[in-house]
Design a protein around this ligand. Structure first.
Ligand code: Z5A
Ligand code: MG
Length: 216
């Protein structure tokens, strides 16, 4: 109809533990969407190329120590540095596929003892995902994908506690917008289910509505 709003792109977020295959699936999904004529771009957090990303990188690689609150706010600021770009892309009809987001932000800080509400606050109002795909993986399967690296959170104990925090986060998200996928399968098998879920979102009524704001 005349005056109808152009359908926007979908904001798709991947979350999951270390080596669950997020980066692999983000790249695969962007490629598959583009092949199907759906404009899509990748984003990732932390984005280590941004101003705040340099400090985050020093922290994660254990070259720098920071207060738990300071690093939490830097991770959030890193998202805000990119937020307008994401919003512009979505509104131009481009789908944005994002590797980790504010859910990782809360999970990794809450396990240090910072309160849930304090952790959530700085991300309030960020573009809200239309779908979070949580890649679920068993510790033994993750193990078979290579040993831990040298980064700060790459330890079994941390990963176990983060897993619990993610579970709580999933329960707090609007019905249907947090989907857990069994990631302990071949890349293509996981990818097919990913594509199916994302196509449902792209065909849904949500793409005629404005991009939501996180936790509002
Ligand atoms: N962090 C935070 O504290 N606060 C925040 O706000 C945010 C993040 C946003 C760095 O993140 C750290 O920052 C992270 C959380 C914290 N710490 N931890 N843990 P990152 O994104 O830079 O790092 P990562 O997510 O841990 O990256 P990763 O280890 O690269 O995981 P992945 O992306 O999920 O996996 P992958 O690279 O796609 O795959 C891992 C390997 O498995 C690779 O060799 C693949 O070829 C292989 N693979 C992938 N899929 C499969 C399947 N299906 N079968 C077999 N093998 C596979
Ligand atoms: Mg990765």
């Amino acid at each position: 109809a005349a005056g109808a709003r152009q359908r926007r792109g979908a904001f798709i977020v991947f979350e999951g533990l270390d080596r669950s295959g997020k980066s692999t699936q983000v790249a695969r999904l962007v490629q598959q969407l583009n092949e199907r004529g759906v404009k899509a771009v990748a984003a990732r957090f932390p984005d280590r190329t941004l101003t705040t990303g340099k400090m985050i990188d020093s922290y994660l690689s254990q070259k720098a120590d920071l207060d738990d609150r300071a690093i939490h706010l830097l991770f959030s600021a890193n998202r805000w540095e990119r937020a307008n770009q994401i919003l512009e892309d979505l509104n131009r009809g481009t789908t944005v596929v994002c590797d980790r987001y504010a859910f990782s932000g809360i999970a990794f800080s809450a396990i240090k003892g910072l309160s849930w509400s304090w952790c959530r606050a700085p991300d309030i109002g960020l573009p809200a995902p239309d779908l979070v795909l949580f890649l679920r993986i068993s510790p033994s399967a993750a193990q078979s994908r290579g040993g831990f690296g040298d980064e700060r959170y790459e330890k079994t104990e941390v990963q176990q506690r983060v897993k619990g925090a993610f579970k709580r986060l999933g329960e707090s998200v609007e019905e249907g917008k947090w989907v857990e996928l069994e990631a302990d399968r071949g890349v293509d098998e996981v990818g097919q289910e990913v594509l199916r879920r994302v196509e449902e979102v792209l065909q849904g009524a949500g793409m005629d509505k404005e991009v939501g704001k996180l936790w509002t």
